[in-house]
Design a protein. Sequence first.
Length: 463
Amino acid sequence: MRRENELRYTELANILREQIYSGYIKPGEYLLSENRLSEYYGMSRTSVRATLDKLMQEGLIVKQPSRGSMVSPDLIIPGEQHKTLQIVCTSPSEFMNACLPIVIETFEREHPHVKVKVIGYPAGSFWDCLNGGMEPDLLLITDRQYADIESDEAFGEFHVSVSKSASGIYPKLLSAFRGDGKFKAIPVTFSTIFMAYNPGLFEKYNVPKPTADWVREDLLRAAQKLTLDTNGDGITDQYGLSLSSTFSRWLVFALQNDVRFFTKSDQIESLQNSLDFIHDLLFRYKIATLFQSRRFLINGDAFPRQRAAMVLTTSMELAGWRKQMPFEPQVTAMPFGPSEATTAVANLFAIPSTCRNYELANLFVQTAIREDVQKTMVERTRFISVLKQVNPQVWSDDYLHSLNIHNGDIENSYFLHELFPNPIDILDLEQGMEWFWAGLEPAASFAGQLHDIIARRFSDNRA
């Protein structure tokens, strides 16, 4: 017990020392009270006092009777205490381009002795940065990259203070990235997959705009009227809908048609109906254009270039498209089936086990998920906040409902690693769908392959 207490107050001393050296708590400013420190960091008053005594012996703080502990007014931060926090991200990344600068600006303003350095790596070679000797302090990863993590030992734990700061995050988001009761990664933004449409094209061709209660037949009628040869050369150059072959997009059709990936029941019929409908859109009615996505390139530019009136997309993707779109897209409910369910994507921070600035890394993540920072991020970039209390301050209830966010709840939104815990299954299915997307394989054939993988998961669990 004594050794455990020593470790805990040493850990708190490191945190407070880092806050002082980084300039977050400046000379002459007071630390939190002993009670607040004890409550915030989940430590006993005895351990907190031992921490403050240690910092006072180092000359970093002075105690003021009846007022608390203050950073020594005459403290001079030595040059060697100026730090660099190194973050490695996938590049290109809309979060890196639009949101990360907001977090960095706030963090560097509050920690004037710290500089944040961001290094972008191509998605295909992202993990090479860890294997090649680089030792970043933080990783900004996607939910798909999170699923690629093979060993928990490659990443450090977040401090208890970060866990407390994360209490306002949607519970579903936290549970999706928690392992063995601990946070392996902290989400900083997310998006459900939702439908966006170009209101100008609907108006131009006198097509009724989508409503909250529209159904599959309404979608088909609208898409048929919006699929046109606009220049009279005999070739269709505008489509009602833009589809992507990436897993996170087309699985929405299955989820909305009551395909459940967590039960063993026979779902061949529901799977086949979902895949048949996709084939209908592409090849029978020919009212959708297909972008054959690669893992790190999800959608083509048909929608922002006004060559498709509707698209399945994310808030991150729309943020990038807005730079080139001559219109403001609207969002609407997806009418593919009776169930209000969808898939989701996220950007997350993870701390590699080789991190040299552990306390600073935790402080940076705390800054990123702080309510004022999250709100600024949403207002400037139109991303979605991970904090359930922020989104209603910025977005209307109708907008959030179209994104499948109901009363602060996203329980019917699923990440790929929740649906397919083994990432190899996704790669196998992506390769197995090539003929399906070309229209050369019937829906029934691929539905059987997908059903077998779902059934195998339950067989593996029993074994």
